[in-house]
Structures are given as C-alpha cells and as structure tokens.
Design a protein around this ligand. Structure first.
Ligand code: NAP
Ligand code: MG
Length: 478
C-alpha cells in the first residue's frame, strides 16, 4: 500500500527511532505482520518537544481564521481519501468496512467542526461590582499538548483531540496505540497538504509508552495531556501529570446500561441495541454492556434482537459484505471468550453464538446471553466484544439504582415511549451522556465524556476546545 507510513513523524519529517527499534503491527484477520513501525524512545520524545516548542509561537499567532481554513482543508482532503483511510483502519484494527467508513467520516467531522469553532472562541467583558474595574476575559492556547490514544478508533480518537488543539493554537505530540499506529501516521501527509506547518503535529509511535509518555509529562514544556484509554492507565497518567500540574483531559472506560422499559417501541429498541452493542464490534467504551429489559417484554424483545444479530456475517473486514470482522488481538478475544464461559458457568443461557471459532484471526461471533446472573464478571467489567448480556427488571426505581451501581459513568441508553418517564430516568442516571431512544450519542457537536471513574473533561462541541485553552483575565480601568 502506497500510503503505508511506518516511521516517526517529527517536525514534518519521517525518521527512524533513535535506537533503530521497531515493533510489529498485525492484521487481526490473518495474524500476518503488516509492517514494522519505528518505536520512539525518550530521545525521540525530546525531539518532538523541541519541534512543538519551536512551532508553537507561529501557530498560536496565526489568525483563528487561518487555522480554521487549514482544518477545513484537512476535512476536505480526508473526505476525498475516505476509502484509503477506512481500508487502513480495517487492516490494522479489523473492524468491518461499514464501521471503518463510519469512523473515517466521524474523524473527518472533527476537522470540519473545529474549523468552525476556531473562529468562535469567545471571551467577555464585565465590570467588577465593587471597584468598577473592568474584567476582561479571553482564552489563550494552553501550549504543548500530548495526546495518547487507544486502538479501537485509530483515526477518530486522535482527530477528536487534534481538531480542538489545533483550533485553539496548540502544537501536539500524538502517541497512538501500538496495535494501530498506521492510520494516524497516514493522516500526516494529508495534514501537511492542508497546510499544517512542521512541528505542529508530531506522531510518536512507541512500544515503551510508559517511559516515553512519562518523559513528556516530566518536562516543564508540556501543558496539556489528553488521554483516551483504560481507567487503569488514565490513573497512572494523572499521577504523572500531577507532579508538573499538567492540565488533564481523560476519556476512560465505561460500563453502559441499556434499559428497555415496558412501554418501549421494541423494534426501535432492538435496532438501537444493534448500534449500541455492535458498532465497532462492541470494542467501544460506549458499548452497551449491561442490558436491562422489563420482564413483561423480555421474550418479545430478545426474539427481535436475536433475529437481527443472527443476520450478521462474520469474516475478514476487507470484504465489503462482512458485518463482523475480527477483534483487535488475541488478548481481547480471549477475554470476551472468558466472559461468556464465566457467565454460562454461573447460569446464563446462550441464545446465539458463544463459541470461539478455530483457525487464524481473532474472531468471535455475535453472541446473545439471557438469564445472566448478577455475579457474572461481564456485568462489572467491560466486555469489549460482540456479546450482549441481558437481564430483566420490574420497576423504574429499581432500574435506576441498578444502572448506577457501577464505578463508571460514561453513557447510558434508555428506551421508552413515555417522555416523562424517559426524562425522569435520564436525569437520575449518573452518566455523562444519555441516549434517550437512541443507540448512538457520539457527535462532534456534542460534549462527549463521562463522570465518576469514566473521566475528566469533555471532547467535541465547544467544551472540547476549552481543554486546550487557558482563561486569562485582565483587570483594568480607563
Ligand atoms: P490502554 O491500554 O489504556 O491504552 C491506551 C493508550 O495508552 C495506548 O496508546 C497505550 O499505548 C498507552 N499506554 C499504555 N500504558 C501507558 C502508560 N503507562 N503510560 C502512558 N501511556 C500508556 O487502552 P487500550 O487497551 O488501548 O483501549 C481500551 C480501553 O480504552 C478501554 O478501557 C476503553 O473503555 C477505553 N476507551 C475509552 C474511550 C473514551 O472516550 N472514554 C474511547 C475509547 C476507548 P500502547 O498501545 O503502546 O500500550
Ligand atoms: Mg493496551
């Protein structure tokens, strides 16, 4: 593939790792090596910081309109290359073509949205009530930002950070996930063509993520760390950021409840669950993890849902007719398999799927479990795979309490035709985002993020840009 880039991208140049080290990136459908990618070192991290430091004044002094136009151009160029980017996403992550194209579009949208937000950064002017001094408030770029991203959305998780950082005037260093660094690297020639100057965006793949990111966080030039990944690693990064008082934005794990009330439109709810569970094969922090169906409608709902799940075709995601590609790696697949065996050993019933296939590729079939007991591990941990674990409930009060009974608070889904009930449940759920009669909440125009152990801060919308800005207030009188 002509677009395959496998080196570090620092100051607008491609280079090997300072110690010559590389790591393998696999195609999860075949388990074959796609390429070896340069593995950045602490020395390379220092080169990134130097490049970002040098690029910062020029980038920050560009007019918001200029930055906006460059982001707009990036949106257009990515949209032109949607096929190439989505093929690369499938190749390194495994997800099927429609998921991959969906992701590439979603990633492009963050460039469009932040092209528009770049020119809408507002401040305010007021008068101090007791002194009459003027209070003048504006936003400044926070400075060098390090962006650490996961493998489940190789393009979109980075784009959701690069867009607002660049709009705000910040240079960035991106550490993509080692399973999937190729898509982010492939975006660099596109950003270059769009007019992003050297040093404003640097990409540092590395197998030594802890030491490389740690070194960047110990450096006084670093001002923001934006992380998407597991809660466990997020906590480590927060500890490291604390020593230097670096501004953190954390998008961490989830354990989303999906609630189907007795009065729900069951067909719409089953369609919604197909999206909330199966988008990205369930490898999403937003994936429906605990499915609660009112006991009076469980049979009918499960029947409708199984019909839809049974239609999905599993295979190599590079074939456009495939719905379900492989999971990203053996570890993720084996964990999904463990969750199913654990639930079954505790009394759950397999209605569909539930068997790890033989042969090459990290495949796992769409699976539906009912009668899942509270003790099943898949209810307290993220499944991160195509397994729907269904339980029942019988009262509104009860379901709010059960849904909230988790350390996570990213997203919850509620299906009901009674708006009053829907709003009551939604407002009482301790989650950053609610899909009310919707199986998908992600949108560049909406603030994405969680409460409790699911994170700090928001991405997308106006809020996303504030993560890369510092408020300055000037007190004056005239
Ligand atoms: P992960 O292990 O936390 O890794 C995420 C990123 O952090 C990768 O780039 C990884 O690099 C890097 N990393 C690992 N250890 C590090 C350390 N000690 N210091 C600095 N960086 C480190 O997560 P994952 O396994 O890639 O992704 C799955 C998790 O992400 C799930 O828990 C999921 O819920 C969460 N997630 C959350 C959101 C959200 O928006 N809330 C979105 C997507 C995923 P290496 O690849 O080199 O290890
Ligand atoms: Mg990992």
């Amino acid at each position: 593939m002509k677009e395959l880039k496998n080196q570090l991208y620092i100051n607008g140049e491609w280079r090997p790792a300072s110690d010559g080290g590389t790591f393998q990136v696999l195609d999860p459908a075949t388990e074959k090596v796609i390429t070896n990618v340069a593995s950045g070192t602490v020395d390379d991290a220092m080169l990134c910081l130097k490049a970002a430091e040098d690029a910062f004044p020029l980038w920050a002094s560009k007019s918001p309109r200029e930055r906006g136009e460059i982001l707009r151009k990036a949106f257009e160029l990515i949209t032109e290359k949607l096929d190439i980017i989505s093929n690369l996403i499938t190749l390194e992550n495994g997800k099927g073509a429609s998921d991959a194209i969906g992701e590439a579009r979603y990633a492009a949208e963050f460039f469009r949205w932040y092209a528009e937000e770049a020119v809408r950064s507002e401040g305010h002017l007021g008068m101090a009530p007791s002194t009459g001094a003027r209070v003048l408030v504006h936003q400044k770029p926070a400075g060098i930002s390090v962006l650490v991203t996961p493998w489940n959305y190789p393009a979109a998780m980075g784009a959701r950070k690069i867009g607002p950082a660049l709009a705000a005037g910040c240079p960035v260093i991106i550490k993509p996930a080692s399973e999937t660094p190729l898509t982010m690297l492939a975006l660099m020639p596109i950003l270059e063509k769009a007019g992003v100057p050297p040093g404003v965006v640097n990409v540092l793949p590395s197998r030594s993520s802890g030491s490389v990111v740690g070194a960047i966080l110990r450096d006084r030039r670093t001002k923001v760390v934006s992380f998407t990944g597991s809660t466990e690693v997020g906590r480590q990064i927060l500890h490291a950021a604390a020593d230097n008082v670096i501004k953190p934005a954390m998008e961490l794990g989830g354990n989303a409840p999906f609630i189907v009330c007795e009065d729900a439109n069951l067909e719409a709810a089953a369609d919604g669950l197909m999206v909330a569970k199966m988008r990205n094969l369930g490898e999403a922090c937003t994936a429906a993890n605990r499915i609660y169906v009112h006991e009076n409608v469980e049979l009918e709902f499960v029947e409708r849902f199984i019909k839809k799940m049974a239609k999905l075709k599993m295979g190599n995601g590079s074939d456009a007719s495939i719905d379900v590609g492989p999971l990203v790696n053996a570890e993720t697949r084996d964990k999904v398999d463990y969750f199913v065996r654990d639930a079954v050993s505790k009394g759950a019933k397999i209605n569909l799927g539930g068997k790890k296939p033989e042969g090459k590729g990290f495949f796992y079939p769409p699976t539906v479990l009912t009668n899942v007991p509270d003790s099943a591990d898949c209810l307290s941990d993220e499944i991160f795979g195509p397994v729907a674990a269904i339980q029942t409930f019988n009262s509104e009060m009860e379901i709010i309490e059960r849904a909230n009974n988790t350390e996570y608070g990213l997203v919850a889904y509620v299906y009901t035709t009674d708006l009053k009930r829907g709003m009551n449940i939604s407002e009482n759920l301790e989650f950053g985002m609610i899909g009310l009669n919707r199986g998908l909440v992600s949108d560049p125009a909406a603030p994405f993020g969680g409460v409790k152990q699911s994170g700090l801060g928001r991405e997308g919308s106006k809020e996303g840009m504030l993560e890369f800005q510092e408020t300055q207030y000037i007190s004056t009188e005239w």
